[in-house]
Design a protein around this ligand. Sequence first.
Ligand code: 2AM
Length: 170
Amino acid sequence: MRLFFALWLDSDTQQLWRESFASYVKPLGGHRTLAANLHLTLAFLGKVPGTRINTLLRLGDDLPHDPFTLRMDRIESWKKPSLACLRPAAVPEELTRLVGCLHAGLEREGFNLEARSFKPHVTLARNIIIPAETLPVWPVVEWPVAMLALVRSEPAPEGSIYNVVGEWSL
Ligand code: 2AM
C-alpha cells in the first residue's frame, strides 16, 4: 500500500479552504484538490508492505506532539510537478523538530525517503495550465495544526482516495 505522513485538517477546515482559495486557483486551470484530500505531506513513503504498519504507528507514537500554528500566506505554482500550492511564510521550530524526528526514525527503520527536500505545501490543484506568479493570500490563513496522520493513498479514476490509518493529536 502507498503511505505517507501528513499534517491533517478537520473536514470543516478542508471545506472552507477549498472554497476560500477557489478564486485564486480556478484561473490556473488543472484539477483542483478535493476538499477531503487537502493536507500537508511530511514524508512520502511510497509502497510499503502491510506488515510494516505497526512499525510506522509506533514511530508516530514516539514523535514530538507539540502543537503549532502555520501562517499560510501565499500560493505558489510549480512546474515539476505541475501544481499550485498554499505555503507557509515561515517554518516554526516545532515543525522542523517533528520532520527531523520523523525522517530520522524512518531512516533508522529502513524506509526509503524521497530525495526532494522538505518544502511544506498544501497542493490546491494539479496539472495547472497557467503557471501563476506567487500570489499573496489575503486574508492570511492562520492554521492551528492539531493533527498528525499516517495516510493510505489509493488510486481512483477521479484522483487518489486518502484514508487515515493512524492519527495523533498535536
Ligand atoms: P504533492 O501534493 O506535492 O504531489 C500523497 O501522494 C502525497 O505525497 C502528496 O501530498 C504528494 O505531494 C506527496 N508525494 C511526495 N512525493 C510523491 C511521489 N513521488 N508520488 C506521489 N506523491 C508524492
